[in-house]
Design a protein around this ligand. Structure first.
Ligand SMILES: NC(=O)c1ccc[n+]([C@@H]2O[C@H](COP(=O)([O-])OP(=O)(O)OC[C@H]3O[C@@H](n4cnc5c(N)ncnc54)[C@H](OP(=O)(O)O)[C@@H]3O)[C@@H](O)[C@H]2O)c1
Length: 306
């Protein structure tokens, strides 16, 4: 099968097309013929080598964490899904390819009203939104949430899910992202390039940090006592958390079919819509990664495989 891989860490030109053997599913795994995967910022963090101490890889490495496609084979312990099902799900590495094996636990049937590329674009945003808003954030109806990066690939879906949960949503974005976040349901939007959110927001129950850096450091001041600051990007200061009397954590979202099924319901009810910024071919993976790195895209960059 064809796959994109890298043999050394570096910038996007280390990615190249190669031919490798098709993987085979183990006991609780499914083999998916991939229709689409997407570019996540994590792919570039891994490719650049900046995470090699935390996550050492055995090179060569096939990037990619999310997938949508048709099941071609299943392991002997698989019972919920079957050959021929159109599924979406996630794993760590291996999806910039024609086939991938993932755990049955990490896959679900796609929503009945989206295409496979649209489904691929929903995987990481749904799993991350569930992990941060529901499991970690315990967001309740009527609570106030501030989402940094509200027009990004994850943020755009998170805004919609937070609204579906009945929250009051404030989002930070820039340029065209401001209008987009508003159209996705954000009650208030703040231009992070031209406005100081600390002057405009206070007493939120929950901050979701999809930006990191100074944005995270400034966010402690806008959370009400006893509230939460959850980061998808970097561990927050525990001294500041204690000083402000809030719970601040970095969370890494684990895949699960239950999280995906929660999103499937919202998508089928029309409460969550996919945000695709661009669709490229698998062979254009390097260009696709550079597009995401450059920023300002607002939505998912999808790689179609055929
Ligand atoms: N921990 C986890 O489990 C987990 C899961 C998924 C994603 N993540 C991480 O979450 C981050 C976002 O992922 P993504 O796929 O949504 O990326 P993305 O599509 O590139 O979106 C990032 C968004 O953040 C905005 N942004 C940049 N700087 C900002 C700032 N200072 N304040 C507010 N917004 C800002 C960008 O807006 P402009 O384009 O206008 O600059 C962009 O819309 C990445 O770092 C990713 O690795 C972590």
């Amino acid at each position: 099968m064809k796959a994109i891989q890298f043999d050394t860490y570096g910038d996007s030109d280390v990615l190249h097309l190669t031919e490798i053997n098709k993987p085979q599913p183990g006991e609780n795994e499914i083999l998916i013929k991939i229709a689409a995967t997407t570019v996540n910022p994590f792919d570039m963090k891994v490719r650049s080598g900046s995470m090699q101490k935390m996550i050492p890889l055995n090179l060569p490495w096939i990037p990619g964490s999310d997938v949508a496609g048709r099941i071609e084979a299943v392991g002997s312990g698989v019972s919920r899904l079957k050959v021929g099902d159109e599924v979406f799900g996630s794993t760590f590495g291996g999806t910039y390819a024609e086939y991938v094996v993932i755990k049955e636990e990490s896959a679900a049937l796609i929503p009945n009203n989206v295409s496979l590329p649209e489904a691929a674009a929903l995987v990481i945003p749904i799993v991350t939104s569930y992990t941060f808003l529901v499991t970690g954030g315990e967001l309740k109806e009527g609570q106030r949430v501030l989402i940094h990066g509200a027009a990004g690939a994850v943020g755009g879906i998170m805004v919609q899910i937070a609204k579906a949960l009945g929250a009051y949503v404030i989002g930070t974005a820039s340029r065209g992202g401001l209008e987009l976040a508003k159209s996705l349901g954000a009650d208030e939007v703040i231009d992070y390039k031209n406005q100081d959110f600390t002057q405009l927001v206070k007493d939120v129950d929950l901050v979701i940090d999809l930006a990191g850096g100074e944005t995270q450091a400034k966010s402690f001041a806008v959370v009400k006592k006893g509230g939460k600051l959850l980061s998808a990007v970097m561990p927050p200061s525990q001294e500041l958390a204690e000083q402000y009397g809030i719970n601040a954590q970095f969370i890494s979202s684990e895949p699960s079919h239950k999280k995906l099924e929660f999103g499937v319901k919202l998508v089928e009810e029309g409460k969550v819509k996919t945000q695709i910024a661009k669709i490229l071919k698998l062979e254009e993976a390097g260009k696709a990664q550079d597009l995401v790195t450059a920023g300002g895209i607002n939505g998912k960059v999808v790689l179609e495989v055929n």
